[in-house]
Design a protein around this ligand. Structure first.
Ligand SMILES: Cc1ncc(COP(=O)(O)O)c(C=O)c1O
Ligand SMILES: N[C@@H](CCCC[NH3+])C(=O)O
Length: 459
């Protein structure tokens, strides 16, 4: 179910510049003198014209605002050292890595691709962690050789590292991930803290793994990690997590491990539609910081460095996707389909998680709704519906639709289904726009196809 267009005006929502995750649209969103939508000082329909559609637009001020909100709230509410780490799976690009690095954040990567992107975006390895429930040797070595802390997820990681770290070489900096047994309310595909999860060690195994690592010359256990899930609006699970992690910290230190870092993961939700009501970044950080401080005090533990790993709440609200309207099909008495020139390949979230979005026409955001349509993509899939039952003004082919809050888990989860090239991405700031991801061309998609010799000479 989609919110009514008329009651959902992204450009009018009370702007929370201190916590952009509570806004429907980027913090710089406004109307020009002709009531057309602008973001980062750029007219959205101009961007569509200049760079083509579909187009991912990223507002730099919003990304920097969220980075600062995490950094400042941690400094304000946590009495020990701290480091917010950007979960780059949300949007892995040279540009976002570079912004996160320049704002003093660290970065979480889960593959060689995300590691290389971050390194080349200027992120220092010492501020990074490598995650993954099935890391390969290439990923482990790339992390080890660049001073990235490796988040050990399972025995396989330990077995591979014991072989890969050269005898007499520096020990690998490790962080141990365990499932804290905490449930939260979110889509089942994006829950990770419950016991039945493919990620991390079972809490019952924690002690034996900690004992196993004692005295291993190739390992230096410097951190503990847990992550309970994503797009979470509740604060309670994060409060509960602190006590579970403090118990683990006490145990690890009592066995002699030099554990300095407590990494509580990410998970703070954002507002996709008007009825979403996520906490502010500061509220989330304060709950986590207070709970970790109290849990450590109760156990007489020296405060660890507090790490958190936000992804969505750092970048989602900064993103807007622009599409051009194309064909339309009306089935009398049934429904009208309005098709745009992208769909599930550039935004797989609706078909994967039944996610809701907010959209409006870039040049007529104030126009009243005249019909209710399904806004659909161009893929050969009936489920390729971006927004269902959407009240919209009557559209013409060529109208530009702006879909909000697409900065996280859109580009990074995009595909070439139906051999459709991925969109370009531009960053906007103070009236300037710069390309940071080139548009793929149909030719690009053939780069890795090989036609074996014997198939070439067919009659
Ligand atoms: C280990 C880990 N850290 C951080 C994140 C980022 O989560 P979010 O985007 O909800 O902040 C995720 C994704 O859920 C994750 O799996
Ligand atoms: N891809 C998910 C979030 C996954 C988080 C990674 N553990 C989403 O779009 O909501």
């Amino acid at each position: 179910m989609t919110q009514a267009f008329a009651s959902q005006k992204p450009y009018e929502t009370e702007r929370d510049t201190a916590s952009p995750n509570r806004n429907l649209a980027p913090v710089t969103t406004c109307l020009d003198e002709r009531d057309r939508l602008m973001v980062g000082g750029c007219l959205l329909s101009d961007l569509a014209q200049r760079y083509g559609t579909p187009l991912y637009v990223l507002d730099e001020d919003t990304v920097r605002g969220t980075c600062r909100a995490y950094r400042d709230a941690l400094k304000q509410h946590y009495p020990g050292p701290s480091l917010p780490i950007y979960a780059s799976k949300a949007n892995s690009s040279l540009l976002v890595s570079s912004i996160a690095a320049s704002e003093g954040l660290g970065l979480d990567a889960v593959s060689a691709g995300e590691l290389l992107t971050a390194f080349q975006g200027g992120m220092p390895g010492e501020r990074m962690v490598l995650h993954g429930n099935n890391k390969n040797d290439e990923e482990l070595l790339l992390a080890y050789n660049n001073d990235v802390t490796i988040v050990v997820d399972n025995q396989h990681d330990l077995e591979r590292l014991a072989e890969l770290v050269p005898a007499g070489g520096a020990p690998a900096r490790l962080m141990l991930r365990f499932t804290p047994g905490i449930e939260c309310h979110t889509h089942e595909y994006i829950q990770t803290g419950h016991l039945d999860s493919k990620f991390g060690f079972d809490p019952d195994l924690l002690e034996s793994v900690l004992r196993q690592l004692v005295g291993k010359p190739w390992a230096k256990l410097t951190g503990l990690h847990a992550h309970i899930g994503s797009q979470i609006f509740e604060l309670e699970p994060h409060r509960d997590l602190a006590a579970v992690m403090a118990d683990a910290l006490k145990l690890a230190r009592s066995l002699g491990h030099p554990v300095e870092d407590l990494n509580v993961g990410g998970g703070l939700g954002i507002r996709y539609v008007a009825s979403d009501d996520p906490p502010t970044i500061e509220q989330w950080v304060k709950v986590v910081a207070d709970a970790v401080t109290a849990a450590c005090r109760d156990r007489q533990l020296e405060l660890p460095r507090l790490l958190c790993e936000p992804g969505r709440s750092l970048v989602a609200t900064a993103g807007v996707t622009l599409y051009a309207v194309g064909s339309r099909k009306t089935i009398p008495g049934v429904r009208t389909y309005v098709a745009i020139d992208g769909g599930m390949s550039d935004n797989p979230r609706p078909i994967t998680y039944q996610s809701l979005y907010t959209c409006c026409l870039a040049d007529r955001p104030l126009a009243p709704a005249e019909e209710t349509v399904n806004l659909v993509g161009k893929h050969c899939e009936s489920g390729d519906v971006l927004l269902k039952d959407l009240p919209l003004p009557t559209t013409q082919s060529g109208d530009i639709v702006a879909v909000f809050a697409t900065g996280a888990y859109n580009a990074s989860m995009s595909s070439n289904y139906n051999r459709i090239p991925r969109p370009a991405a531009v960053v906007v700031q103070s009236g300037s726009s710069e390309l940071f991801q080139k548009r793929e061309q149909p030719d690009d998609l053939l780069r890795y196809d090989v036609l074996p010799e014997r198939f070439r000479a067919l009659p």
